[in-house]
Design a protein around this ligand. Structure first.
Ligand code: FES
Length: 173
């Protein structure tokens, strides 16, 4: 036996459907808001220990040292900050190969600058280095510290590293 539906039953069903539809639309409306709140948490933070893009290879001239800053951009949830980690002397040789040397003096940590066309010099205690980093004068206990360098898609990438100062043996810290 079939049961007849009354107008008030149909109104109840329609109200229920309208309620579900409204709740569904409200839930959909929150997706962009929730997404924008959570997106910063899902971003990757660049590693300070990774390679740092320092300049275009075409900017380098053979046998002319180029000082570059090594900085890292950190994305921490909603904040982006850039920290300077150090600096390097990048040198392109005539054969096209690249070297990178830390500017931190192995003696006491002062910043090494270019002294002449063919030498680097430390202003603190007058250590002198050749362009390949060899210590030639002064109290530096070892050559300048090499950094890993590579070229990718025409960009020069240098890997930042820190070394113990004041020691004859090179030790990364
Ligand atoms: S810190 Fe460079 S020579 Fe002393």
């Amino acid at each position: 036996m079939a049961t007849a539906t009354t107008p008030s039953d149909r109104r109840g069903v329609l109200k229920l459907l309208a309620g579900f539809l409204g709740a569904g639309m409200a839930a959909l409306a929150t997706v962009p808001v929730v997404g924008s709140v959570l997106t910063p948490l899902l971003r990757k933070t660049p590693s300070a220990g990774g390679f740092i893009d320092v300049l275009a290879e075409k900017e380098l001239v053979a046998d002319v040292p180029h000082r570059v800053e090594l900085s890292s951009t950190q994305i921490d949830a909603w904040n982006t900050s850039t920290a300077v980690l150090g600096a390097a002397w990048v040198l392109k040789k005539k054969d096209g190969s690249l070297t990178a040397l830390s500017t931190v003096c192995p003696h006491s940590g002062c910043s090494i600058s270019q002294k002449t066309k063919d030498t680097y010099g430390c202003p603190c205690h007058a250590s002198t280095f050749s362009l390949d980093g060899t210590a030639t004068e002064g109290p530096s206990p070892r050559p300048m510290d090499p950094l890993t360098v590579q070229v990718k898609d025409g960009r020069v990438l240098v890997k930042h590293a820190r070394f113990r100062i004041g020691t004859k043996e090179r030790e990364e810290i």
